[in-house]
Design a protein around this ligand. Structure first.
Ligand code: ATP
Length: 873
C-alpha cells in the first residue's frame, strides 16, 4: 500500500482508527492478526551444531587424535584394552557439555539484558496516552513521537512540530530530514523523499509529532531488509584478546616442552604409545586454551548481577572498562537529584509574588500554556520541570482549550528555552517563551531580574523565566523574531532535592580514587549549591558554558582538574570535557539522556544513558543503561566492574598455577629419569574435570569489601601485573613439588616395584588434585586470611571442592574406577600423608599473607587491561 500518497484522513479510514486511537480490544485482536512488532532474527545455531562446535578447539582435536591412535594401536596389537580411548572420549564429551552449558548460560544472560533495553512506544489507546513495549504496536495505532525516540514502526504522520528524522539506517543519508504531515507524495516517490512518513528504526532528532502505524514487524521497510541482516558475533573484549594471545605464547612453549619430554621418554625406553598419550595429556594440561572462555563466563555472570542492581551493560567490554573508571561525569537533574520538582517560589522585578495572587495566576497560566505535558485524569505525563508547572497551576486542559496553540519552537538543552504561540479570542496571537533566565535576559526588553535569579539559584532552586508578547499576525514571522522584544513576566523557582543515596556514593568515589564531576545545563549558582551539599564541590571550582566557549581545548585540558562543576553547558561541551580528561589519561564515565548527548556518550570510555528519562538515541549510543537514572548506580557498577576484574584474575591465577604444577611434576621427573609420575588419564582427569569446577566457582567470588579502597585499575596494565605472573610460577612450583614428593614417598616406601610405582603414582595424583582444591581457597583473597571471621562465603566454591574431592576419592577407592584410572587403594597412613601434603599450599600461603600483613602497607594499584577501544554502536 502506498500510504504516503494517501491523505491522513484516508489512512485513518482504511485502518479503522478513530481520533482517540484504537480500543484495547481492537488492538489485542490486531496483535493476534498481525503478530508482534518485531524483526525476526535469522534462525540461531541448533543445539547439536553448538555441541559439535565445542570440538573445534585445537586441543580437543589433538585429544581425539590421541584417542584414535590409542584405539588403533591397541587393535593392531590384538589387545582389547580400549579403556584409554574410551576415557579420553568420555572426558572430551564431558568437557564439551560443560562448555555448552556455560556458553548457553552466558548467552541467555546477554539476551535477557537485550530484552531489558527493548524500546517502548507512547500510543493513544481509547483516548488515553499510554506507554507500551514497542513490540505490541499494531497497524492503526496512533503513536506519539518525541525528540530522541526511535521510530517504532512505519508511520503516516497526522501532526508534526518541527519534526526532523535521521533516516540513515534506511536511506544512508546522514542529514536529518524535515517531516510534514500535510505533504502529499506521488505513489512512486522514493523512500527518502516521503515527507509525510516516518519509518521504523529511524530516529527523531528534533521536534515532535504523532502518526498512525501503517506497518509493523517484518512488514515495515526495515523488515524487508531485515532478512539480509546477519547476527553479529559478540566482539572479543581487549582482555579476551590479550588472553588469547598470551595463551598462544604459553601454548607454543608448552608444546615444545611436551615434544622434548616425548623424545626423552622414548630415549629412556618408555612405551611409545604411553609416552605419546602422556605428552598429549601434558600438552592439554599446560595449554591454557580455556582462558578466553573463562573470561566470557565471568563477564556474563557479572553483567547479570549488574542488571539486577539496575546497571544494564550493553557491551561486555564496558564491564572491563568500568573497573578502571577514574572520572565520573554526571548530569545533575535526575541523576544526582530526584527529578521530582515542586514550584516553591515566584518572583518578579518588584520582589516575591504573593501566593494565590492574580500575578501568580497569570505567571503560572503563561508557563503552563508553554508546556507539552499530557493530562490523564489526575496523572500528568511529561518532563519533570513541566510537570511541576502543571501541578502548581492545575488548569492545563482548560487553558489549552481556551488558547489553542498555533506554533511551537521546541525546548532543547542547547537553546535552553521553549516558545509557543497561542491564538487569543480576539484573533491576535500571544508569544510565550519560558526558559533559563540568563538566556531570556537577552531576549527581553528591560532584562529578567538577574539579581533575584542569582539569589534564588544560590539556594539550589532551579529557576525558569517567563516572557510574553502579543503579535497581530504570524504570517512570514521567523522563529528568531518570535523570540525577541519580549516582556518579562516573572521567575519561577523549583526545588529538586538531591537523591538521598548520592552523598554516600560520592564519598565512596573519593575513597576509590574516582573524581566525581557535575555537568549540568542548570545555572552555575544552583549547580554549585547542590554540588556542595553532595560533596562534589569541595576545593574545585565552577565553570560555565560561556567560559568554556572562550577557552581553547589545550587550555581546558591543562586546567581540567581545577573544575568539579560545569554549569550552563550544552551537550557539545560534554565531548570537550570528556576529551580533556582523556588527554590527561583518565578513564571517563559520562551520563547523558538527550539526542544531542549521543556524541559525548560515544566519546566517553563508559557512556551511561538514563533508563527512565533517556531517549532511545542516547540508549543506543551508550555502553551502559542506568535503569533508575541514579548516580549511585554508576558507582555500584564500578564496584562490580572491579570485583569482576579481580575474579577474572583469581580464576586465571588458579588455572595457570595448577597447569604449571602439572607440567613441572612431569618434566622434573623426566629430568631425574624417574618413571612417569602421572599417567595420561590422570592428567586429563585433573585438568579437564577437577580443575574446572573450582575455577568457575572462583569466577563468582563475592566482591572484596575493600575493593573500593584501592585506586582504579590502571588502563593498559597487564592482567599479570602486580606480581601475578610471579605468584603463578612460585605456587605452581609448590604444587608440582608436593605432587612429586608424594610420588617419591609412595614409590620409595610403599611400592613393591620401583619401575611400576602404582602407589607412588596414586599418591602423586591425589596430592596434585587435592592440593589444587586447597589452593583454590588461597585465591579468595590476596591479603586476607582464609580463617578471618566475617568474610563473605563462597558456597559454590565449597560445593565444587566437596564434589571434586569426593570424585577424587572415588577414583582411588572404588576398585572399578581405580582400574580405569590406574590407581591403587591407599592405606590410612598413605591417605594421611597425602592429605597432609595436599594442605601444604594453604599453610604456605597463609604464612605469606601473615608476613605481608606485618609489613607496612603501600597501596597497591590494581591492574587493568587496555580497554580504550570501544565498539561502534
Ligand atoms: P542536567 O543537564 O543536569 O540534566 P538540566 O536539566 O537543568 O540539567 P537542561 O535540561 O539542559 O539541563 O536545562 C537547561 C536549562 O533550561 C534549565 O536550567 C532551565 O532553565 C531550562 N529548561 C529546562 N527545561 C525546560 C523546559 N521544559 N522549557 C524551558 N526551559 C527549560
Amino acid at each position: 500500500m502506498e500510504w504516503h500518497s494517501l491523505t491522513a484522513a484516508e489512512c485513518e479510514k482504511k485502518l479503522g482508527t478513530a481520533k482517540e486511537g484504537l480500543t484495547q480490544a481492537k488492538a489485542a485482536h490486531r496483535l493476534r492478526e498481525y503478530g508482534e512488532n518485531i524483526l525476526e532474527a535469522p534462525p540461531g545455531k541448533s543445539l547439536l551444531r553448538r555441541f559439535l562446535e565445542q570440538f573445534k578447539d585445537f586441543m580437543v582435536i589433538i585429544l581425539l587424535l590421541a584417542a584414535a591412535v590409542s584405539f588403533l594401536t591397541s587393535w593392531a596389537q590384538g589387545d582389547t584394552d580400549y579403556i584409554d580411548a574410551v576415557i579420553i572420549l568420555l572426558i572430551v564429551n564431558v568437557n564439551a557439555v560443560i562448555g555448552l552449558v556455560q556458553e548457553s548460560r552466558a548467552e541467555k544472560a546477554l539476551t535477557a539484558l537485550q530484552d531489558l533495553t527493548a524500546p517502548h512506544a507512547k500510543v493513544l489507546r481509547a483516548g488515553q496516552t499510554v506507554q507500551i513495549p514497542a513490540q505490541q504496536l499494531v497497524p492503526g495505532d496512533i503513536v506519539l513521537l518525541d525528540t530522541g525516540d526511535l521510530v517504532p514502526a512505519d508511520i503516516r504522520l497526522l501532526q508534526s512540530v518541527n519534526l526532523r528524522v535521521q533516516e540513515s539506517a534506511l536511506t544512508g543519508e546522514s542529514q536529518a530530514v524535515q517531516k510534514n504531515e500535510s505533504v502529499l507524495c506521488q505513489p512512486q516517490t522514493p523512500l527518502g523523499d516521503r515527507k509525510n512518513m516516518c519509518y521504523s528504526s529511524t530516529s527523531v532528532t528534533s521536534g515532535h509529532g504523532r502518526g498512525i502505524v501503517v506497518a509493523t514487524g517484518m512488514q515495515t521497510q526495515v523488515g524487508h531488509i531485515a532478512r539480509m541482516l546477519t547476527v553479529q558475533e559478540t566482539p572479543q573484549t581487549p582482555l579476551q584478546k590479550k588472553l588469547e594471545a598470551t595463551g598462544k605464547v604459553l601454548g607454543i612453549g608448552a608444546l615444545v616442552l611436551c615434544g622434548i619430554i616425548f623424545v626423552m621418554g622414548l630415549l629412556q625406553g618408555t612405551q611409545p604409545l604411553d609416552m605419546f598419550l602422556t605428552s598429549i595429556s601434558l600438552a592439554v594440561a599446560a595449554i591454557p586454551e580455556g582462558l578466553p572462555a573463562v573470561v566470557t563466563i565471568v563477564l556474563a555472570a557479572g553483567m547479570r548481577r549488574m542488571a539486577e542492581r539496575k546497571a544494564i551493560v550493553r557491551h561486555m567490554m564496558a564491564v572491563e572498562t568500568l573497573g578502571s573508571a577514574s572520572v565520573i561525569c554526571s548530569d545533575k537533574t535526575g541523576t544526582l537529584t530526584q527529578n521530582h520538582m515542586t514550584v516553591v517560589e515566584m518572583r518578579d522585578t518588584s520582589g516575591r509574588i504573593a501566593e494565590h495572587s492574580p500575578r501568580e495566576r497569570q505567571l503560572l497560566d503563561y508557563a503552563v500554556l508553554c508546556t507539552n505535558c499530557t493530562v490523564d485524569g489526575s496523572h500528568i505525563l511529561g518532563e519533570a520541570t513541566e510537570i511541576a508547572l502543571c501541578e502548581a497551576a492545575k488548569n492545563k486542559e482548560m487553558l489549552d482549550r481556551q488558547f489553542p496553540r498555533v506554533r511551537e519552537v521546541p525546548f532543547s538543552s542547547a537553546r535552553k528555552r521553549m516558545t509557543v504561540v497561542v491564538r487569543l479570542p480576539e484573533g491576535r496571537f500571544r508569544v510565550i517563551v519560558k526558559g533559563a533566565p540568563d538566556v531570556l535576559e537577552l531576549l527581553c526588553r528591560g532584562g529578567c531580574a538577574p539579581r533575584q535569579n542569582r539569589e534564588m539559584a544560590s539556594r539550589a532552586l532551579r529557576v525558569l523565566a517567563v516572557a510574553v508578547k502579543e503579535i497581530s499576525t504570524l504570517h512570514g514571522v521567523a522563529d528568531a523574531s518570535l523570540e525577541s522584544g519580549l516582556q518579562f513576566v516573572g521567575l519561577i523557582g523549583m526545588e529538586d532535592p538531591p537523591r538521598p543515596e548520592v552523598g554516600e556514593a560520592v564519598s565512596l568515589c573519593r575513597h576509590a580514587g574516582i573524581r566525581p564531576v557535575m555537568i549540568t545545563g542548570d545555572h552555575a549558582a544552583t549547580a554549585a549549591a547542590i554540588a556542595r551539599t553532595l560533596g562534589i564541590l569541595t576545593n574545585g571550582s565552577v565553570i560555565s558554558g560561556f567560559e568554556l566557549d572562550a577557552m581553547p581545548q589545550d587550555i581546558l585540558t591543562k586546567k581540567i582538574y581545577d573544575y568539579s562543576v560545569f554549569a550552563r553547558v550544552s551537550p557539545a561541551h560534554k565531548v570537550r570535557i570528556v576529551q580533556a580528561f582523556q588527554s590527561r589519561g583518565e578513564v571517563v564515565a559520562m551520563t547523558g539522556d538527550g539526542v544531542n548527548d549521543a556524541p559525548a556518550l560515544k566519546a566517553a570510555d563508559i557512556g551511561c544513558a538514563m533508563g527512565r528519562s533517556g531517549t532511545d538515541v542516547a540508549k543506543g549510543a551508550a555502553d551502559m543503561i542506568l535503569a533508575d537514572d541514579n548516580f549511585a548506580t554508576i558507582v555500584e557498577a564500578v564496584r562490580e566492574g572491579r570485583g569482576i576484574y579481580s575474579n577474572i584474575r583469581r580464576t586465571i591465577h588458579f588455572l595457570l598455577s595448577c597447569n604449571v604444577g602439572e607440567l613441572l611434576a612431569v618434566f622434573i621427573s623426566f629430568l631425574l629419569r624417574l618413571p612417569l609420575p602421572l599417567v595420561a588419564i590422570q592428567l586429563l582427569w585433573v585438568n579437564l574435570v577437577t580443575d574446572s569446577f573450582p575455577a568457575l566457582a572462583l569466577g563468582v567470588e563475592p566482591i572484596d569489601q575493600d575493593v573500593m579502597e584501592k585506586k582504579p585499575i590502571r588502563r593498559g596494565s597487564s592482567i599479570f601485573a602486580n606480581g601475578l605472573g610471579w605468584s603463578i610460577i612460585v605456587e605452581g612450583c609448590l604444587i608440582g613439588a608436593l605432587s612429586l614428593l608424594a610420588y617419591t614417598i609412595g614409590r620409595l616406601f610403599f611400592d613393591c616395584s620401583l619401575e611400576n610405582p602404582i602407589i607412588g603414582r596414586t599418591m602423586g595424583f591425589a596430592v596434585l588434585s587435592l592440593s589444587q582444591l586447597a589452593h583454590a581457597f588461597n585465591m579468595r583473597s590476596d591479603t586476607h586470611s582464609l580463617f578471618e571471621r566475617g568474610r563473605p562465603k563462597n558456597g559454590k566454591l565449597v560445593a565444587a571442592t566437596i564434589g571434586c574431592a569426593a570424585a577424587m576419592a572415588a577414583v582411588v577407592a572404588v576398585p572399578a574406577l581405580a582400574a580405569v584410572f590406574k590407581t591403587a587403594v591407599l592405606s590410612p597412613l598413605q591417605w594421611l600423608i597425602t592429605l597432609a601434603l595436599s594442605l601444604c599450599p594453604i599453610a604456605v600461603i597463609e604464612l605469606e599473607k601473615l608476613l605481608q600483613r606485618d609489613r607496612p602497607v603501600t597501596q597497591k594499584p590494581t591492574l587493568l587491561p587496555n580497554t580504550s577501544q570501544k565498539p561502534n554502536t
